[in-house]
Design a protein around this ligand. Sequence first.
Ligand SMILES: *[C@@H]1O[C@H](CO)[C@@H](O)[C@H](O)[C@H]1NC(C)=O
Ligand SMILES: *[C@@H]1O[C@H](CO)[C@@H](O)[C@H](O)[C@H]1NC(C)=O
Ligand SMILES: *[C@@H]1O[C@H](CO)[C@@H](O)[C@H](O)[C@H]1NC(C)=O
Ligand SMILES: *[C@@H]1O[C@H](CO)[C@@H](O)[C@H](O)[C@H]1NC(C)=O
Ligand SMILES: *[C@@H]1O[C@H](CO)[C@@H](O)[C@H](O)[C@H]1NC(C)=O
Ligand SMILES: *[C@@H]1O[C@H](CO)[C@@H](O)[C@H](O)[C@H]1NC(C)=O
Length: 382
Amino acid sequence: MGLAWPAQVRLLHLAIFVLALLTLCICLSYTSTSQLHTTSSPIRSLMTSDRMFQVAPNMTAGGTGGSSGEDTGGGGGGGNAQPSVTAQSNNNHSVNSISSNSSEPDLTRGVAAELIYQSGHVDVSEQVCPELGGNLKLLICVTSAPSHQSARLAIRETWGHYAMRKDIAITFMLGSTSNETINRQLEEEQTLFGDIIRGKFVDTYDNLTLKTISLLEWVDNYCPKAAYVLKTDDDMFINVARLLQFMSKHKPDQRAIYGRLAQKWKPIRNKKSKYYISPQQYKPSVFPDFTTGPAYLLPAQISKELYTAALNHTYFKLEDVFVTGIVANGLKIKRVHASEFLNKKVSFTTCNLQKAISFHMVKANEQYDLWKRLHDVTKCKT
Ligand SMILES: *[C@@H]1O[C@H](CO)[C@@H](O)[C@H](O)[C@H]1NC(C)=O
Ligand SMILES: *[C@@H]1O[C@H](CO)[C@@H](O)[C@H](O)[C@H]1NC(C)=O
Ligand SMILES: *[C@@H]1O[C@H](CO)[C@@H](O)[C@H](O)[C@H]1NC(C)=O
Ligand SMILES: *[C@@H]1O[C@H](CO)[C@@H](O)[C@H](O)[C@H]1NC(C)=O
Ligand SMILES: *[C@@H]1O[C@H](CO)[C@@H](O)[C@H](O)[C@H]1NC(C)=O
Ligand SMILES: *[C@@H]1O[C@H](CO)[C@@H](O)[C@H](O)[C@H]1NC(C)=O
């Protein structure tokens, strides 16, 4: 009370405005969630990989969980691991029902990848790969997180510089973020470099497999004629010259994935682990052989079948086990061990750098030093 007329009118307008805004927000969030569900295709075989008896869960450390899940939490992942430990109450066999009202399906119950993967890309960067890759020997796909600008810059300014060659291209594969500051920076980065691909998923550790699926979809759509694709992370140092040497000794018409082979790794059944895989997600007690995630090489021509088949498997977040293990195994694509893929941290001496292809756990500011050291003229025994 006591307010003058114009003030009351203004208040009324303000109230109406706020109300309208609220309605808009609610509508928007409603349509975006319902879209997410309606675009999913009908439920298909959700447990494609249960071809063996269930073995009592064995809590041995089943490997490091592979790859991108590297121990330091950097890398292509982004967010923290939040293994969902919510499975206790829902132990029904209605595994395949994602209730349309819950926004986050419990993936440990076993959900087909096609139900959570949304195809297409926000940033496409198709110019990275002219003529569908017909002239490309090598496409380097670096999985990265939206906030890892300095890692991407360091790669472009060091080993990523190989992309100036007509027969080599590099691209960075990201998910989405709600952080508007980062989104603005990403737009600028994309204007400057035009080498970013963004898929339609939130960039988190749990979504790493979606990132690789998205990468495969992109290669199939925009770069299927390239000879080879290197999938690697943004905390890796790649000796590209050595990689080219390796490629020249193999043929891109092989149905094979090359890298550091991991054999007989077991799923971790401890729900508290970052790498927990439920029996509904993967039943057998041993994973098929796979190439570890930090870096692996594949002929571009197999990206289509990998992509298609990946959507037909029960999703879990260990992208290397999923794609190069389970999916490739189902397609009878060979996994070939190549010892030059170190995929780990070693002492970065010139000789070590010159001998191998891929090195893990490299910080952005270290890239420059390694790049320089790689080119030191010293005598290394071969
Ligand atoms: C788990 O696996 C390890 C090594 O493969 C074996 O020694 C151990 O007995 C197993 N434990 C159980 C409970 O099966
Ligand atoms: C679990 O399954 C049983 C029988 O299959 C059914 O009666 C029960 O309602 C289900 N519970 C839930 C929470 O879906
Ligand atoms: C989803 O809706 C069903 C009824 O349609 C309800 O019983 C259930 O509690 C809801 N679940 C959540 C997580 O809101
Ligand atoms: C967004 O990102 C910026 C830059 O990385 C960071 O400083 C800020 O805290 C983030 N904001 C939110 C809301 O997470
Ligand atoms: C990605 O991860 C987030 C958080 O872990 C989750 O809410 C979301 O459902 C996941 N999937 C997609 C398609 O974004
Ligand atoms: C999906 O998996 C089912 C069962 O394993 C199989 O019969 C079907 O052929 C697969 N579809 C594709 C497109 O791979």
